[in-house]
Design a protein around this ligand. Structure first.
Ligand SMILES: Cc1cc2nc3c(=O)[nH]c(=O)nc-3n(C[C@H](O)[C@H](O)[C@H](O)COP(=O)(O)OP(=O)(O)OC[C@H]3O[C@@H](n4cnc5c(N)ncnc54)[C@H](O)[C@@H]3O)c2cc1C
Length: 396
């Protein structure tokens, strides 16, 4: 049996951030990761905002940055014009395109530098419950199952998170339109504008989008995300993405050197993301942005917050529901408003026709990229394309 102050499950950005800040505050911390190689395989578009990196106390490092962009361009299906947004205004994914494998490893290495213990190839296989609270996990490690006890367990086990459910939290996503199924190629030999991250809306990716994020000089991550409820068949995503790439000669001249697929939650926040002795962070807490699917930054920030709550709870020797609720309140205060608003927008724009999307995009294409307040956007659309606004109003 092993004893720690904090046990972190999962060494993604959320888990490593939690372990880093818990260990930095002097808590005896163990982070376990089921995979044998932290950050691998990469399942991510790898876009992240510089502002949010700062909030997560992560200094951009050329070692894991592939591109820094000036902003985002959002195209309608006709691709005649684009809405331009500066990086500061373009949400959680826009600013840097990173190398997730190196990024995740650096965060884990920061946790180790602060004194955290790390076990790789060591999945949690069950909870240890004691008097209604989480008191640790059973962990497969070096060929046997070990009992690891901890005052607080931080579950950072990602989109497929099971630990919270094992402990009794209802973190399973039920609605099929709240789960995005995504497929992405890393493509070499493409001609791209390295200054922008591009998003393509419309029926090529119904209720979702296609993205082109620059990587190296002639490389890009090109992906598609569509709600599970809109998939026509098993091969649907690949057919849609391949046919879209074929229509873009500057991209179809390239070749895929890596393919990934994965799920992203775009649901509302669950009712509870904390219980006595346990906190959920990142994708396990369903914190990825419902509009964009971006979740690296919220994972890092919530990991840091979970470490903060662990420190206070340890000082007070209180791991009860009341003590854990602080984390829940902090997360809701930081993310809850935007998260709920973006979920509503996601639900409402899902049914817009291609022509309405084109009208909206075209009416916003000449706005100042630095000032796209909600009011400016709505007024611009209403003035120039009242018929598109009527369609939007009807849905609202
Ligand atoms: C195709 C795709 C593209 C995306 N593009 C972007 C993007 O461009 N920008 C962005 O911000 N977000 C993007 N995301 C979302 C982003 O990848 C996630 O939000 C982010 O990785 C969440 O971090 P996390 O630490 O919560 O979870 P994860 O990064 O998923 O880490 C969870 C870790 O827990 C481990 N684990 C799971 N179960 C156990 C267990 N029982 N025991 C031990 N370890 C366990 C896993 O192996 C994993 O290492 C994308 C997602 C997908 C699928």
């Amino acid at each position: 049996m092993k004893n720690y102050d904090v046990l972190v499950i999962g060494a993604g950005p959320g888990g490593s951030s939690a372990a880093r800040f818990a260990a930095k505050s002097g808590l005896r911390t163990l982070m376990i990761e089921k995979r044998g190689d932290i950050g691998v395989p990469v399942r991510c578009g790898e876009g992240i905002s510089g502002e949010l990196l700062k909030e997560a106390s992560i200094t951009p490092n050329p070692n894991w940055i592939s591109a820094e962009v000036e902003g985002a361009r959002i195209y309608g299906p006709a691709e005649r014009k684009a809405i331009h947004l500066s990086s500061d205004n373009a949400g959680s994914e826009v600013g840097f395109v990173i190398e997730r494998d190196k990024f995740d490893k650096e965060l884990a290495s920061m946790a180790v530098s602060e004194g955290a213990d790390v076990w790789i190839r060591s999945p949690a296989v069950d909870t240890i419950m004691e008097g209604g609270r989480v008191a640790g996990a059973m962990v497969r490690h070096n060929g046997s199952v070990e009992e690891v006890r901890a005052k607080i367990v931080i579950a950072a086990d990602g989109f497929e998170s099971e630990f919270g459910r094992w402990a009794g939290l209802k973190s399973v996503i039920l609605a099929r339109n709240d789960i995005i199924s995504a497929l992405e190629y890393r493509m070499a030999g493409v001609a791209i504008d390295r200054q922008f991250m591009d998003f393509y809306l419309g029926s090529s990716a119904p209720s979702g989008y296609i993205w082109v994020f620059p990587k190296g000089e002639k490389e890009a991550n090109i992906g598609i995300g569509v709600p599970v409820s809109r998939l026509r068949s098993r091969g649907d995503l690949r057919e849609r993405l391949d046919s879209w790439i074929q229509r873009h000669p500057a991209l179809s001249a390239g070749r895929a050197i890596h393919i990934i697929s994965g799920g992203i939650s775009v649901s509302r926040l669950p009712d509870k993301i904390a219980m006595p002795g346990m906190l959920l962070v990142g994708d396990a807490a369903r914190l990825s942005d419902p509009l964009t699917g971006g979740g690296i930054a919220s994972a890092c920030i919530s990991g840091k917050m979970a470490a903060g709550t662990s420190v206070v709870a340890s000082e007070e020797g209180d791991f009860s529901a009341g003590s854990m609720r602080r984390y829940e309140e902090n997360v809701r205060e930081r993310f809850g408003g935007d998260h709920h608003r973006n979920w509503l927008i996601k639900e409402r724009i899902a049914g817009l026709s291609d022509s309405a999307i084109d009208s909206i995009v075209e009416s916003l294409s000449d706005l100042d990229p630095g000032k796209p307040s909600a009011e400016t956007l709505v007024n611009a659309v209403r003035a120039r394309y009242p018929e598109a606004m009527r369609e939007l109003d009807r849905m609202m």
